[in-house]
Design a protein around this ligand. Sequence first.
Ligand code: FAD
Length: 307
Amino acid sequence: MLRTPLLIAARSAACRTFVERTPLTRAMVTRFVAGTTQEETLPVVGDLTTDRLVTLDYLGEDVADAAQAQSTVTAYTRLLTALGEQGLAPRAEVSVKLSAVGQFLPADGQKIALDNARQICASAAAVGTTVTLDMEDHTTTDSTLAILRELRVDFPWVGAVLQAYLRRTEADCRDLAHEGSRVRLCKGAYDEPESVAYRDKAEVDRSYVRCLKVLMNGSGYPMVASHDPRIVKITGHLASVAGRTPDSYEYQMLYGIRTEEQAALAAEGKRMRVYVPYGEEWYGYYMRRLAERPANLAFFARSLVGR
Ligand code: FAD
């Protein structure tokens, strides 16, 4: 019931100002966000990579001009250089939201985002790591998959995210289940209309399993992004039915969520990657995490009344 208003609030400037000014918000944000600067975040990455893999997200979305998009590219380049220098690149890649590098800009947004993503991919290639394109709301899916195809000409390891709540996704999984393809399958975090998305949780879960079967039975590299214990269990079963070795797919979870399960999967010898967001632009990301779980909201509400 609260999911839709929270997701609307995630895109409201007025709500953003209110939430950002709430005194205890910052303390709570640290549960989901590893740091506000690269310098604060890299030690966290160093710790996590002792038993897990990492993908880093420099927070930001929907940039308003080309200069802001360029500053996102600069932040990723600086990050990738540091990952190389600190010997973290073999275990840490980056995740990029195309709207943070210009996808929504009115003039030439698609081209600007492609050129900017290309620069990030070149910086990743220089230190020997990879890039995965995050997926935003359904109005961006075609544009993001088109940019993926262009990037893969020069950087065949670029990965994409597909969202099981979209009705189109099973077909997209079939298209992307080929050799060399890296697909992160998630349930989906935006407020989408019935016309394009399943809105019932059980339907989303069933779609997730159908999509996962396609990816596991294909020849690509599935990245199973879910905290759902049933999905984690089904993944093990489908991988074994498909005859997959533990290094031919991976589990992924968000920083701060089901941390013990992350460690347990890693201890079992599974490839476990943690999505680590950092930066000042945490608002949209944080609100989507609140929307996913009412208990997070209750915690937030208690902070507002000072308890
Ligand atoms: P759910 O059924 O939502 O949750 C299962 C259980 O996980 C819950 O019962 C709870 O115990 C735990 N849990 C889930 N969410 C939370 C939370 N916020 N706080 C505390 N506990 C929680 N979505 C996109 O739309 N685009 C993306 O590019 C994208 N990238 C992602 C990358 C990764 C690595 C992951 C893990 C998720 C990503 N998501 C993305 C978010 C995803 O779509 C879901 O919104 C989110 O993962 C919750 O779905 P779930 O599969 O964990 O299952």
